[in-house]
Design a protein around this ligand. Sequence first.
Ligand code: 8ID
Ligand code: ZN
Length: 357
Amino acid sequence: MSGPKIPTEQWAQVIDKVGGPLQYKKIPVAKPGPEEVLVNIKYSGVCHTDLHAVNGDWPIPTKLPLVGGHEGAGIVVARGELVTDDICKIGEAVGVKWLNDSCLSCTFCQQADEPLCLTPKLSGYTVDGSFQQYAIASARHVAHIPEGVPLDEVSPVLCAGITVYKGLKESGAKPGQTVAIVGAGGGLGSLAVQYAKAMGLHSIGIDSGEEKKALATKLGASAFIDFATSSDIVKDVKAATKDGLGPHAVILVAVNEKPFQQAAEYVRPRGTVIVIGLPAKAYIRAPVFESVLKMIRIQASYVGNRQDSEEALDFFARGLIKVPFKTVDLKDLPKVYELMHAGQIAGRYVLKMPDAE
Ligand code: 8ID
Ligand code: ZN
């Protein structure tokens, strides 16, 4: 299948070892395998997961050298011989997500629990991701971006949006109920506040600083609690709910262990704590006595399957989600990591590839 002319070399951000440094350099453009597509990435969001990967925060090692990134939005420019038009077309706008590929045959894939696949490929972690101009992804796993959607603004939906939308669904919170979003001013949190609103939920934002407070409030949080200045988070979160009994669900998207050890104390009886954030070496903790007497549920949630991805993108295409983002060039990724490490990013940073208009 012929498509646009593809260069043999491209710009990428690469690390050779855990801890970096990042090297902005030219590397070869890979060729798609039989069931893969080559995507000319135009924009890529930067997720805190990418920084965890550089820092070697998690027990699973990354591939090395590694091109990070898993919120890549671009155009399909080549495909393998087994990819037909009904799977993915040349010229189509697609997203390269965290789940780059799954086997589609294991017991979990068969039940549409693709994130639980026993042999997954993870973009920007076990395979090269979207911090390069041309990325490879499984044709059956790329997200199909609806027509007319801006590729810069939509890129953070490809991980942050899908993940929080899935987490909110898993929480079982119903329209009219209240969820607490812990990390509400960050990349995932700022989208969680909006998906919650679009799903008919009230939300309480928890994060720190005036900028994040203003952002969470503007995006729809009905209350904001500053974790750095509150003298009693548990009391303040409960007090922010109408009847003082606490939120029906808590969505944990912070990158700090402490809130993972507090949420069970303020979630409402029969409520659900959804664990999404992945701070290094952290443990979830809950008091047994109170948890039993309140019959609470603690559940983890991990990205989303292809259906969740389509639904999360559809919310965006309908104008229900506005991504708060700033754009910088691919070469400026180190600056983004610095700000992220310092907790100074309200919303998301999006990288612009050298050939994006
Ligand atoms: O599938 C998954 N489970 C999944 C998918 C995508 C991302 C998990 N993640 C993980 C990332 O690896 C990361 O650990 O979710 C976490 C959040 O990612 P992010 O939204 O990209 O990070 P961010 O933009 O840095 O936002 C984190 C926010 O948490 C706040 C910070 O101020 C920041 O705004 N925060 C912190 I640090 N401590 C807090 C606390 N004690 C807190 N907010 C409330 N209370
Ligand atoms: Zn991510």
